[in-house]
Design a protein around this ligand. Structure first.
Ligand SMILES: [Zn+2]
Ligand SMILES: [Zn+2]
Length: 348
């Protein structure tokens, strides 16, 4: 069968193979026909050779962690043939650490977790894959066109879950949310903010292209001016750019008792002149919290599936800039100027 693979650590090794072996029964009892995989920055890093790890004893890694498929067979009775399904990306470490021991693998303490299409587990960019029931997330049949957005949505569902848990340290009635960055993660974070009834603000440096209209369709206010020029202080900030100046400005701008969730990964190495004492002073005197958030566990995947089902399906579809058939796979992995989310399609 066909699969998109790379040799981790070897730039330019991306290829479409047509003799990839069928998934082994050890991968899971649920056999799935791939419909599509979403492409993101992590895939680009793996293709550039900067990231990624093949399964033990193998040279190549099947790409793809943002999955959507249709169940072909499930003898466990968890799902029915024809059901839409996505596979959870991360599996707990084998030790396991205290968090993986209770299925909170998103909070793994020892880094020995594995991830489909990223770290030591084959990805979902292959015509058929298998999944164990505990890692299989069933999707509403209405999500056939957009269900590959479940993985990035699970990441923001976790961010909001942890914001709520931190907020619960005291009386917590947030009114305004600022989302920095209007890529897929930022726009999905804005979707979840709007579903919570918050006044949503989206910041992105881009003033053209599809982003302003996508934010406006959520009822959000779109900003391109620097955060420190805003006329309000957000109760919640979900930072999705990883851009050092934006991160620092967002941390300084949060309202008293505000919560700042960092989800963007900075490349590091850039130094800026910054008054760390003033930041410390405002964090202490305003009881602010700044925290990092990555990945998601089963609970967050289920919350994400509910959020996608509740969302406007046309809006979700408009996040998908291009749908590329697998025969033209290199196009899917070549970024375009106005891309929000690019999807590689295996079947329709
Ligand atoms: Zn991704
Ligand atoms: Zn762990």
């Amino acid at each position: 069968m066909r699969a998109v693979t790379v040799t981790p650590g070897v730039p330019g090794s991306l290829r479409l193979v047509d003799d990839h072996p069928e998934p082994s029964s050890e991968e899971g009892a649920i056999l799935v026909q791939a419909l599509a995989v979403g492409v993101c920055g992590t895939d680009h890093e793996i293709i550039e050779g900067a990231y990624g790890e093949a399964p033990p004893g193998e040279r190549d890694l099947v790409l793809g962690h943002e999955s959507l498929g249709r169940v072909l067979e499930d003898h466990t009775g968890t799902l029915q043939p024809g059901d839409l399904v996505a596979g959870i990306v991360r599996h707990p470490d084998p030790v396991p650490c205290p968090n993986c021991a209770v299925d909170e693998w998103d909070m793994c303490r020892n880094g020995q977790y594995t991830e489909h299409g990223i770290k030591a587990l084959p990805g979902f960019a292959r015509e058929r894959w298998r999944v164990q029931p505990r890692y299989a997330v069933g999707l509403d049949s209405a999500l056939a066109e957009v269900g590959m957005l479940l993985e990035p949505t699970s990441v923001v569902a976790k961010a909001w879950d942890h914001i709520d848990r931190i907020g619960a340290r005291a009386e917590w009635q947030p009114r305004t949310a600022l989302i920095t960055g209007a890529g897929p993660i930022g726009l999905l974070a804005a979707l979840l903010a709007s579903q919570r009834g918050l006044e949503v603000h989206v910041l992105d440096r881009t003033e053209s292209g599809p982003k302003p209209a996508l934010a406006a369709a959520l009822g959000a206010t779109y900003h391109s001016e620097p955060v420190d020029q805003f006329g309000f202080e957000p109760d919640v900030v979900v930072e999705c750019t990883g851009a050092p100046v934006v991160v620092l400005e967002a941390m300084c701008k949060a309202a008293p008792t505000g919560i700042v969730c960092l989800t963007g990964v900075s490349s590091g190495g850039r130094k800026i002149d910054f008054d760390a004492g003033a930041l410390n002073r405002s964090l202490v005197l305003e009881n602010n919290v700044v925290f990092g958030s990555v990945n998601a566990n089963r609970r967050h995947w289920d919350l994400a599936a509910e959020a996608l089902t509740r969302a406007d399906q046309g809006w979700l579809a408009s996040l998908i800039s291009r749908r590329v058939p697998v025969d033209s796979y290199t196009d899917a992995y070549t970024p375009g100027p106005d891309d929000i989310k690019v999807v590689l399609e295996f079947a329709r």
